[in-house]
Design a protein around this ligand. Structure first.
Ligand SMILES: [Zn+2]
Ligand SMILES: [Zn+2]
Length: 665
C-alpha cells in the first residue's frame, strides 16, 4: 500500500515531472502554466508581503475566523483586504478587530499553504534547491506554531468538536491541510530527521487528529475530512488513518453510497456544494489510485459530473437553488480537468474549452486540448433529487422547477419554486445565497416568500420533500406536476407546469384538508422592471417577519377579473396573465436578488380560502407579447390563442396535454 519511505508521489510523482515537461514542450497552455508556477515561486514571499503589508513572512500568530463572518455588518457584502486591513467593497469602510482581522489571517494561512505546495512543485520541476528551502521554512514555521494554537470554532468558542486550530472549523482545517501534506511529500527528502519529526508529529499528525475528532457523517465536510486524513495517513505511513479515511464509518466509500443521488446531484441540492464535495472526492480518488488502494464504487463519481448538464441554463450557468450562488459551469473547470482524464467524456472537455488551464490541469488534467463536445440540452427529469428542466425544442426558453429533498442545513424552504430563462436572460429569479454571516441570509435567502411559489398564512414552509406526480416530455410540450409534500401541515400544494415554445402554463392548486380557510400568497420574482395596467395604491399590510419585512415599495389593488403584468429587461420581457378569482389582492413591490445592490421586483396574488387555484400564463418575449387570449374553458382545460395557432391545454391530473390547431389568416 505504501511506497518507499521518502519517495514522493502523494499527488505528484517522478513520472509526473516527465509528463509535465513533455506537455510544456508541446502545448502552449502547459508552457504558460509552468511559467506561472516558476514566476510565483520566484515571487515568494515578496508578493505575499506586499499583499498583506508585512515586513517579513511569518504565519499569523492566531487562528482564522469563519469566512462567512468576513462580511460587512451593514451591507452583507463579502469583504476585501488591503495591506492586512479589511474593508467593505461598497463604501470602503475599514473594519478592525474580531472577526475581521482574523478573516485576513484566513487568507494568509491559505496562501501560505498553497505557496508551500507550489514551491514544492517548482522544486521538483526545476530542481532548484531554493524553492525547497522556502517550502521547508513554511512547513517548519507551522510545525512550531500549530500545537499552541487554541481550538476555536466559528462562534469563537474554545475546544468544541467542529473547532480547529489554524482555521475555525475542521472543514477548513482539512482543506488547508491537503496542500501542507502535499508540500511535505514533495520536499521531505531535503529535510533532516529532526525536521521531519517536527513536521510529522507537531503538524501533520496533530492536524489530522483535530480533523478526525469531528465526524460529520454524510456531507461535504466529511468528504474533505476524508481527503485530508488520507493525505496525512499516506505521507505519515499511517495505515490505520488512511483506512479510516476510505473505509471508516463516514469514509469515502460511505460518502459515495450515501451522498450522491441516483440521478447524480449531491444530496445538499446546491451546485456550489456539489462541486465542492466532488473536488474532495476526486482528490481522494487520485491519492488512493496512486497509493494502489482500490475504490470499487468510484464510477458513481461520473454521475456527479454528468448531472449538471441536465439542468444547465442556456448561458452556461446553473440554477442557484439552496445555498448556491449562480455559477457558470466553466467556473468548476478545475474539477472537470480530473473528470476529463479519468472518464474521457468529451462533454467534460467542452466545459474546459474557455478555461484558463493552470496548475490543476498540469497536475490532474487530460493531456490534450481540443474543444470537446457540447452537451445536448433537452428537457430533463431528475426524479430522486427532485428537479425538472422544461425546455422548448426551438429557442432558449428554459424553466427549472425544484420539488425534491430539502437539502439539510443548506436547503431553502422553497418547494415548487422555479427559475426561468429566455431571450438570453434570466427571468424568474431565486436570490441564491449571501455569505452566512450576512443579515439577510436566514431572514430572506432561505424564506419561502423570497422564492417563486406559494406561501401559506404568511409563514415559511417546513423542511419537506415534495413528490413528483407526473412528467411528460413530448415533441410540442413538456409538462410536470409535483406536490410540495408536508411543507405545510394540513395543506396540499400542487403545481402543474406545461411549457411550449411560446409560453409556460402554471396551475397552482392549494387545498386545506381540514376545511379551515387560510391565506395563500402566490409570489413571483423576476429581474428587471415590473409594470401593470392594474390600478394600485400603496400597501402596508405585510407582516414584519418571515421574509415579508424585506418586501419594500409595495403597492396593491384588488380585482375579481383577469389581470396581467409585464417584467422587462433589455431585449427580454415576460407577460403574466392570471385568471380571475374572487377577492384577489395583487401586490407589486421589490425584494432582494442575488446582488443585494440591485432590487428585484415581485408580484404577489393574495387570496383566502380552503381550496383555490392560481392559473397563470407566463409568456416570454423579445420586444412585445404576442399571445392574444388565455381562458379556462372547463375546470382544468385552457384555451390559449396566439398568432396563427390555438392550443387546447389539459392540466388535469392524468391527462396533461397540448393540442394545437393552426389557422390560416
Ligand atoms: Zn459595507
Ligand atoms: Zn433559494
Amino acid at each position: 500500500m505504501f511506497a518507499a519511505a521518502l519517495a514522493f508521489g502523494l499527488l505528484f510523482g517522478p513520472e509526473d515531472v516527465e509528463r509535465v515537461r513533455r506537455l510544456a514542450a508541446s502545448q502552449a497552455w502547459a508552457r504558460d502554466a509552468l511559467a506561472r508556477l516558476a514566476a510565483d515561486a520566484a515571487a515568494w514571499p515578496a508578493r505575499h508581503l506586499e499583499t498583506y503589508g508585512l515586513e517579513r513572512w511569518e504565519p499569523p500568530r492566531e487562528g482564522a475566523s469563519w469566512s462567512h463572518k468576513w462580511v460587512c455588518p451593514d451591507h452583507g457584502a463579502r469583504l476585501r483586504q488591503k495591506a492586512g486591513v479589511s474593508y467593505c467593497p461598497i463604501d470602503g469602510r475599514a473594519l478592525r478587530g474580531y472577526p475581521f482581522d482574523q478573516g485576513v489571517y484566513m487568507h494568509r494561512h491559505t496562501d501560505s499553504a498553497h505557496a508551500a505546495r507550489d514551491l514544492g512543485l517548482a522544486y521538483r520541476l526545476s530542481g532548484h534547491p531554493a524553492h525547497a528551502a522556502r517550502a521547508r521554512s513554511i512547513l517548519l514555521a507551522y510545525a512550531a506554531l500549530y500545537p499552541g494554537l487554541p481550538i476555536h470554532d466559528n462562534m469563537n468558542r474554545r475546544d468544541t468538536t467542529p473547532g480547529a486550530r489554524v482555521m475555525s472549523q475542521t472543514l477548513s482545517e482539512a482543506v488547508w491541510l491537503i496542500p501542507i501534506a502535499l508540500a511535505y511529500d514533495l520536499v521531505r527528502d531535503t529535510m533532516n530527521a529532526a525536521e521531519r519529526a517536527r513536521v510529522e508529529t507537531d503538524l501533520l499528525r496533530n492536524a489530522a487528529a483535530v480533523v478526525r475528532k469531528s465526524d460529520k457523517g454524510i456531507g461535504n465536510w466529511q468528504s474533505w475530512h476524508n481527503a485530508a486524513m488520507l493525505a496525512a495517513g499516506l505521507v505519515l505511513g499511517d495505515r490505520e488513518l488512511a483506512a479510516h479515511a476510505i473505509d471508516g464509518p463516514s469514509g469515502f466509500n460511505f460518502q459515495i453510497r450515501q451522498s450522491i443521488a441516483p440521478d447524480g446531484p449531491w444530496h445538499e441540492g446546491a451546485w456550489s456544494y456539489h462541486f465542492y464535495a466532488l473536488e474532495a472526492l476526486m482528490l481522494t480518488r487520485e491519492m488512493a489510485a496512486r497509493a494502489g488502494i482500490a475504490l470499487p464504487e468510484q464510477a458513481a463519481l461520473k454521475r456527479m459530473f454528468d448531472a449538471p448538464f441536465g439542468l444547465l441554463l442556456p448561458d452556461g450557468t446553473l440554477p442557484n437553488f439552496n445555498d448556491s450562488a449562480a455559477a457558470r459551469l466553466a467556473s468548476f473547470a478545475r474539477v472537470y480537468e480530473a473528470g476529463s482524464r479519468v472518464f474521457g467524456d468529451p462533454r467534460y472537455r467542452w466545459v474546459l474549452r474557455d478555461a484558463d488551464r493552470g496548475l490543476d490541469a498540469l497536475l490532474f488534467g487530460a493531456d490534450g486540448a481540443g474543444a470537446g463536445e457540447a452537451p445536448r440540452l433537452a428537457s430533463t427529469l431528475m426524479p430522486e433529487s427532485g428537479y425538472a428542466a422544461l425546455r422548448s425544442a426551438t429557442g432558449d426558453f428554459t424553466v427549472v422547477m425544484k420539488f425534491g429533498q430539502h437539502g439539510g442545513a443548506h436547503g431553502h424552504f422553497d418547494k415548487l419554486n422555479f427559475v426561468s430563462f429566455a431571450e438570453g436572460r434570466h427571468l424568474a429569479a431565486d436570490p441564491g445565497t449571501q455569505a452566512y454571516g450576512a443579515k439577510t441570509h436566514s431572514t430572506w435567502d432561505k424564506a419561502t416568500v423570497a422564492h417563486n411559489t406559494v406561501v401559506v398564512d404568511e409563514r415559511t414552509q417546513a423542511a419537506a420533500t415534495g413528490a413528483l406526480l407526473e412528467w411528460k416530455a413530448e415533441a410540442g410540450f413538456t409538462a410536470v406536476r409535483a406536490s410540495a409534500g408536508p411543507a405545510y401541515p394540513g395543506v396540499r400544494l400542487e403545481r402543474t407546469l406545461i411549457q411550449t415554445a411560446e409560453y409556460l402554463l402554471d396551475v397552482f392548486d392549494a387545498a386545506a384538508d381540514d376545511g379551515k380557510p387560510r391565506g395563500f400568497d402566490w409570489v413571483y420574482h423576476n429581474f428587471g422592471e415590473a409594470s401593470s395596467p392594474l390600478r394600485t395604491s400603496s400597501y402596508s399590510a405585510f407582516p414584519a417577519s418571515e421574509g415579508y419585512q424585506h418586501l419594500t415599495r409595495a403597492s396593491a389593488g384588488e380585482t375579481e377579473r383577469d389581470w396581467q403584468c409585464d417584467f422587462r429587461q433589455p431585449g427580454a420581457g415576460v407577460r403574466l396573465r392570471m385568471l380571475a378569482a374572487p377577492q384577489t389582492r395583487v401586490v407589486f413591490g421589490q425584494g432582494f436578488g442575488p446582488d443585494l445592490r440591485v432590487p428585484v421586483p415581485f408580484v404577489m396574488a393574495r387570496r383566502r380560502g380552503t381550496r383555490l387555484r392560481f392559473a397563470v400564463l407566463h409568456e416570454p418575449y423579445r420586444d412585445r407579447a404576442a399571445i392574444e387570449s388565455f381562458e379556462e374553458t372547463t375546470p382544468g382545460a385552457y384555451r390559449i390563442r396566439g398568432a396563427g395557432w390555438t392550443d387546447r391545454v389539459s392540466a388535469s391530473p392524468g391527462a396533461l396535454n397540448v393540442r394545437r390547431t393552426r389557422s390560416v389568416r
